[in-house]
Design a binder for this molecule. Structure first.
Ligand code: KG4
Ligand code: ZN
Length: 335
């Protein structure tokens, strides 16, 4: 069965063709990062309009890449939510229309299910069960993934996502948008221990996160150092390193606690923050000491893309779980 998948929940337009037997056949993506950078963050109205501009062209390219015709498609999958309402409607509208024109089913897929299952597109493929640390600009969650459609939320952020914490502190340090990679680069030349920043909820037993206090703490440091313009490069690098260390410490500690609590032996890291080198090296060191496994699938599979949506639909088809219409009912999809 060939599934055409669409992702348009935020600032990436992703289209893919996935075969339930052979995996990904084609995958095209347009990122709007450059367009939103001028505004310092995603502008929902511009995001929706850009999805409209790109989505058909990307679909054509995906079909060409796979040497397929639209009529070869057996089902259409799209991100039903959560995400920006206008942006989601573009993918949903196009997917439903194509499905209707072909007289094939359209499957609404939960965005997070796409993230949770997409690491299984990688080689080596993490087998169930595993704990997933989902860390992106929009989400910070720990989930126990027992099988397709069998997910248990272990903990999540009570306020900002980890990527958002990187982006917001980077912004107040004048590093542009998205600031995560820039802050990580600056942190390379800094000393993480010079500034003592809070590790929110680190020593509270649960698996929830809270990052919003961190940007306030960083702002206070910047003020204490006489403001951004007065700070020498060394101060900026040290503050970036301390910020990164604070975020990473919390993510590592909670991931290990989740593994301990669930007795799972595998950890999968998904989402854009999974590209962070400090997070990777700390998790590798800590898990290997405990004879646990950690998987870092290629970042291209873990950030928003159409392949993860088509693939989640394919896994559901293979597991005999797919509902012929409507969104997957495992999560309450909120905007
Ligand atoms: O998964 P993703 O591409 O998009 C969604 O948010 O859904 O994640 C993007 C997030 C941004 O907040 C970005 O700053 C962060 O991932 N990010 C990083 C790094 N690369 C991307 N954060 C820290 N270190 C990095 N190397
Ligand atoms: Zn996402």
């Amino acid at each position: 069965m060939i599934i055409l998948g669409f992702e348009s929940s935020c600032d990436e337009t992703g289209v893919a063709l996935v075969c339930t037997e052979r995996g990904v056949l084609a995958h095209t993506l347009h990122t709007q990062v450059a367009m939103h950078a001028a505004y310092g963050g995603v502008v929902p109205e511009l995001a929706s309009r850009d999805h409209v501009r790109r989505i058909i062209g990307l679909t054509r390219s995906a079909l060409t890449q796979a040497s397929l015709e639209l009529s070869d498609v057996d089902a259409v999958a799209y991100t039903a939510g959560p995400g920006l309402a206008g942006a989601l409607l573009v993918g949903a509208g196009v997917a439903q229309s194509i499905a209707w024109s072909l007289d094939k089913p359209a499957f609404g897929i939960h965005h997070l299910e796409g993230h949770l299952l997409s690491p299984r597109l990688a080689d080596p493929k993490p087998e169930f069960p595993f704990v997933a640390l989902l860390v992106s600009g929009g989400h910070t969650q720990l989930m126990l993934v027992k099988g397709v459609g069998d997910y248990e939320m272990l903990g999540e952020t009570l306020d900002d996502a980890a990527g958002e914490a990187f982006d917001k502190t980077a912004k107040l340090m004048g590093l542009g948008y998205p600031g995560g990679p820039a802050l990580a680069r600056l942190a390379e030349s800094g000393e993480p221990d010079r500034f003592d920043l809070p590790r929110p909820l680190l020593n509270r037993g649960g698996l929830d996160f809270s990052f919003s206090g961190l940007k306030t703490a960083v702002m206070q440091r910047v003020k204490g150092l006489g403001g951004l313009d007065a700070m020498p490069d060394k101060d900026k690098a040290d503050l970036a390193a301390a910020t990164q260390a604070a975020i990473v410490d919390v993510l590592v500690a909670k991931s290990l606690l989740a593994l301990r609590q669930t007795k799972a032996r595998r950890l999968v890291v998904a989402g854009g923050v999974g590209a962070n080198q400090r997070l990777r090296s700390r998790l590798l060191a800590e898990t290997s000491q405990r004879r646990l496994e950690v998987f870092f699938p290629p970042v291209a599979l873990c950030t928003d893309n159409g392949a993860m949506i088509a693939y989640a639909a394919a896994e559901r088809v293979n597991a005999g779980l797919l509902h012929a219409h409507g969104p997957s009912d495992l999560f309450d999809i909120k905007p």
